[in-house]
Write a protein that binds this ligand. Sequence first.
Ligand SMILES: *Cc1c(COP(=O)(O)O)cnc(C)c1O
Length: 216
Amino acid sequence: MSIVGNLLQIRSTLPTQVTLIAVSKTKPNELILEAYASGQKDFGENYVQELCDKYEQLPKDIRWHFIGHLQSNKVKNIAPFVYLIHGVDSFKLLKEINKEAKKNNRTINCLLQLFITNEKTKFGLSFEEADAILTSDELKQLTNVSIKGFMAMASNTDNEDQIRSEFRSVKTFATKYPQLSVLSYGMSSDRNIAIEEGSTMIRVGSSIFGERNYTK
Ligand SMILES: *Cc1c(COP(=O)(O)O)cnc(C)c1O
């Protein structure tokens, strides 16, 4: 199927509260423009340089989501334009985002990334660490960041029950913070489970653009 066909198919299954982010990492501008022409405005990238290049080259009304692991020293590159940073996993990073947002005279929207698997390689905060950030006095001084909700990735497994219970743990945790209503979980393979478990943002790459030829 075509990119537009894929998008239409996915959109037709989405409840209204769910935003579809087209994950365009490693994909060329022509393909992004095809998706854009069909009305897709939210795109996700996970490498800073690639995101900056695409921002320069593509329409300015695209909402760019940074979904990768962000290093503090790279925040300045995306601070002028990024729409939502999904993977905030430390107070240090939040402070850096605040500093760069201030320099750019804007507020940057962020999600706290939660660690919900037992895999060693994934980034994120424990629920306790997220609580500590959200209840700290220091957070009140960060006037140029706005925490909107949470992001998470489930285990890379075929076990649907496990994926479901991992997503559910985020939803349950988030009920403590009703004002933080954005829940970013679900990718190509597990998006339907994610939606059933309360996701409000799915990040879908290969089901739209096809398999990536290489992983960076
Ligand atoms: C690559 C990526 C996705 C999309 O993955 P697909 O399996 O291609 O849908 C979603 N979220 C993050 C954080 C990613 O890095």
